[in-house]
Design a protein around this ligand. Structure first.
Ligand SMILES: [Cu+2]
Length: 114
């Protein structure tokens, strides 16, 4: 009788654990809604040389090296999340930058001189 009680207790704990896990999953799914549900944000690191800057867009054109998991080396324009990121950055500067690919597309979120 003692061992049967133990089995029932274990089964009960097991079911409870599964129910808990399910609840958590349901909550996570409920939290993801709107555009975020369709577009997952991914981040990348790049290195390159600034070829031009447009503070009005704001954007920066970079002759960049390979960006791992994203694209090969090329010269292209990137949108910048905030133009203040380009403070102190000028043409021909070699920079390291962080890219965010999410809602609103590809954007530079961090710039550092190298
Ligand atoms: Cu590119």
């Amino acid at each position: 009788m003692k061992s049967l009680t133990r089995v029932i207790l274990l089964a009960f704990i097991f079911c409870f654990a599964i129910a808990c896990h399910r609840d958590q999953n349901a909550t996570n799914q409920a939290n993801v809604s709107g555009p975020a549900a369709a577009v997952q944000t991914t981040y990348y690191q790049g290195v390159g040389v600034v070829t031009s800057i447009d503070l009005n867009r704001p954007s920066v054109e970079i002759d960049h090296e390979d960006i791992k998991d994203l694209m090969p080396a090329m010269k292209m324009e990137f949108y910048v999340k905030d133009k203040s990121l380009l403070n102190g950055i000028k043409r021909n500067d070699r920079i390291q930058f962080k890219l965010e690919n999410g809602v609103g597309g590809l954007k530079i979120t961090q710039v550092e001189k190298r």
